[in-house]
Design a protein around this ligand. Structure first.
Ligand code: MN
Ligand code: MN
Length: 295
């Protein structure tokens, strides 16, 4: 694997299968230098790894144990102070993973890393589902065009279809941009007021021209009651069960090409949020595996 990686003392679920044998490749991206409120997501990859070693990984929903999956944790990407260089590095590592037809499971870091991750796919015949309290559609933020607040805008400009789920903290510029460009927004209020099947049907109809999806999970999509340790907490979020229900419905119809989990700033709670992150990753990988087995 790439020389851009630094191996870590802890491994996600303790899994270090040789790269060639893995279907799921975990990689950490400890990047948080554009964080504008609570920084510290650089510590998230290892916090999630540690949490993964202290929870049960068996999915009661699908009857599969994430620990039995072909997972390889290849360590963290070596990050520099240069925004463009970091995006390059992320894209380079993700491209090694995706060109071997493996699914990258990316532990952020701030949301900016999704830009590098998506660039790492040669064929971009998928939509990005952004589970996020925010739209991240600003053109620039505090003078930065490559930042956690602009990442979905940059992806959209590169021709990637973005669908926003769980949104509730937006600025006027973003809402107008989304409206003008017909970017679908399902707010957390929509999700609470429509029964789940209605939400999933709505999402799947927006995805009708795509067979595959990339899931970007900004943990602030969850209510701070479930996930307090995020860079920019916002009230009125989703529950973990709502989120997993929606993701499971999507996975039952669409192929997942990649997954990232971002914006966790682990020093802001007593260890709950890394546990939530690790649990969600385990469940999602089990959903994907279950479908692969059925095909
Ligand atoms: Mn975000
Ligand atoms: Mn967010």
């Amino acid at each position: 694997m790439s020389s851009l990686l630094v191996s870590q003392p802890l491994l996600f679920l303790g899994k270090n299968l040789p790269f060639a044998e893995a279907s799921y490749v975990v990689v950490g991206v400890p990047l948080d230098y554009t964080s504008t409120y609570r920084s510290g997501s650089r510590f998230a990859p290892n916090a999630i790894r540690e949490a993964s070693l202290n929870i049960e990984s068996y999915s009661m929903r699908v009857g599969i144990d994430a620990e039995d999956l072909p997972i390889s944790d290849i360590g963290n990407i070596h990050i520099t102070q240069e925004a463009k260089e970091n995006i390059e590095r992320i894209s380079c590592v993700i491209s090694e993973i995706t060109s071997s037809r493996k699914i990258p499971v990316i532990l952020g870091g701030e949301h900016t890393i999704t830009l590098g991750a998506v660039k790492g796919f040669k064929k971009r015949n998928f939509a990005v589902i952004n589970f996020d309290a925010h739209l991240d559609l600003r053109d620039e933020y505090l003078g930065n065009r490559i930042s956690h607040s602009t990442v979905m805008r940059r992806l959209f400009e590169e021709g990637v279809q973005v669908i926003q789920v769980g949104s509730r903290a937006v600025c006027k510029e973003e809402v107008e941009f989304a409206r003008e460009k017909s970017i679908e927004i399902l707010t957390s209020h929509d999700i609470r007021s429509i029964e789940r099947k209605g939400i999933s049907d709505k999402l799947l109809s927006s995805l009708s021209s795509y067979d595959s999806v990339y899931i970007s999970l900004d943990l602030d999509v969850l209510d701070p009651a479930y996930a307090p340790a995020v860079a920019n907490p916002e009230p009125e979020g989703l529950s973990v069960s709502d989120l997993l229900g929606i993701i499971r419905d999507i996975i039952s119809e669409k192929t997942v090409v990649g997954l990232d989990v971002v914006e966790l700033a682990p020093q802001y709670d007593f260890g709950n949020t890394p546990i939530v992150a690790a649990k969600i990753i385990c469940e999602v990988l089990c959903f994907i595996e279950k479908l692969r087995k059925e095909i």
